[in-house]
Design a protein around this ligand. Structure first.
Ligand SMILES: Cc1cc2nc3c(=O)[nH]c(=O)nc-3n(C[C@H](O)[C@H](O)[C@H](O)COP(=O)(O)O)c2cc1C
Length: 160
């Protein structure tokens, strides 16, 4: 049976999403990108689930290092989210827009955000144009507990 592609698009775009800066690192190589396909997957152990575009620069870094950070943006940080999905001159260059320090797992945690978590990948589904990574939260740093940026408020869409 053929799928109704318009209905599929409209319905999938109803799934609510936050907006995060995912940080990755392989030795001296660092990178960050805007991610919205993120959700919690378990209380105990604390798991998160994130889908990552297979052709993006960060995909293979996560696949190989099996770790990533997720920085939670404030509601007023839409411009920063835009920096992290636009093309960059060199890998990691987007971080010039926002200073960071390395967390306990050595991953980039933004200095100016609600906070960041570091995660270790425990499983993945490598299928389709995004890979789904399931990861356990290993560290959490809260900087400023305030309202978070969400996709609906930006007028952007990623999904469907
Ligand atoms: C609103 C929005 C949400 C996005 N969410 C994701 C996401 O959840 N996963 C993903 O892999 N890419 C997502 N992207 C795309 C990446 O941010 C973009 O492809 C980025 O350039 C990837 O960087 P990289 O190739 O340096 O890893 C999103 C883009 C936008 C505009």
């Amino acid at each position: 049976m053929a799928i109704d592609s318009e209905a599929k698009k409209v319905l999938l775009r109803k799934i609510p999403h936050g907006l995060f800066i995912c940080g990755v690192r392989d030795g001296d190589i660092i990178n960050g990108f805007t991610a919205s396909w993120v959700t919690q997957g378990s209380f105990d152990p604390p798991l998160v689930v994130m889908a990552v575009r297979s052709e993006g620069s960060s995909h293979d870094i996560i696949k190989n290092t099996r770790k990533f950070s997720l920085n939670v943006l404030r509601a007023d940080q839409k411009e920063l989210a835009a920096v992290f999905f636009k093309p960059q001159s060199a890998l990691g260059g987007r971080f010039e827009a926002s200073p960071f320090t390395y967390g306990e797992l050595g991953l980039p945690i933004l200095d100016d955000a609600i906070g960041g978590i570091e995660c270790e990948v425990i499983g993945s589904v490598i299928h389709g144009d995004h890979s789904v990574f399931v990861a356990e939260v290993k560290s959490a740093k809260l900087i400023n507990d305030t309202e978070a940026l969400n996709l609906a408020s930006t007028g952007w869409s990623y999904g469907g």
